[in-house]
Design a protein. Structure first.
Length: 231
């Protein structure tokens, strides 16, 4: 829509300049000194700059896409991942979200190096991170504990450990979630960051939420993100 508005402004300016020139032509007095003519092709020159600018932007975007493809081409196709469910009520038998994450990762060719259901408790979360690191995980996927309930402490615990935070994950997740569930998406505090050579993702605990995060955001960038950690 912004581009359409810009085109509309150009058309409006053209009509305005044309009318301005037409007015001077009819109001000209042959008996007096002629005013200096306006610079020739002024509007046409502006139009030329306008058209030149857009290919330049497109070329930059193409270059960025090419660089991104090159980075992904060198990214590992198989990543060792540890899945953690943070819940005070679920166990492994009732952990549908944990199952969805594990099956999705394995179907995409990644290696599951561990899985655990822990209480939504800072000490338990830090302990399972140490376990994931010992198991050789390059990524840890947390589900649950990202809401605003009294016991929801996953986000606070992980943020206290992050070496670098990736706010874009949470921002994009909430944007995609908004398209599916509307304004309730703002209640999610999904986030991601790095810790001791691992990339950590924290997402809501519903099966729909974990599938959305995994399929739309995590799987497309998992190998790329892990490669960036080693650069």
């Amino acid at each position: 829509m912004a581009h359409d508005g810009h085109d509309h402004d150009d058309e409006h300016d053209h009509g305005h300049d044309h009318g301005h020139g037409h007015h001077h032509g009819h109001g000209h007095d042959d008996s007096g000194p002629r005013p200096p003519p306006p610079p020739p092709h002024e509007h046409g020159h502006q139009g030329h700059e306008h058209h030149h600018h857009h290919p330049h932007r497109g070329h930059g975007h193409h270059g960025h896409s090419h660089a991104e493809k090159e980075h992904k081409a060198h990214a590992p196709a198989h990543v060792s991942v540890f899945v953690v469910t943070c819940s005070d009520s679920r166990d492994e038998a009732r952990d549908e979200s944990g199952r969805a994450l594990r099956s999705g990762l394995e179907a995409a060719g990644h290696t599951l190096c561990g899985y655990k259901v822990v209480k939504d408790d800072p000490e338990a979360i830090r302990a399972v991170l140490a376990e994931a690191s010992e198991a050789g995980a390059r990524a840890v996927l947390f589900n649950g504990g990202t809401g605003i309930g009294r016991r929801d402490s996953t986000v606070e615990t992980l943020r206290g450990l992050f070496e670098k935070e990736l706010p874009g994950f949470g921002e994009l997740f909430r944007m995609l979630s908004f398209e599916e569930i509307g304004s309730a998406a703002m209640m999610s505090r999904a986030t991601a960051g790095t810790y001791r050579g691992m990339i950590l993702f924290a997402m809501p605990g519903s099966p729909q939420a974990v599938k959305l995060a995994l399929e739309a955001l995590i799987l497309p960038e998992l190998g790329h993100a892990v490669r960036e950690l080693t650069r």
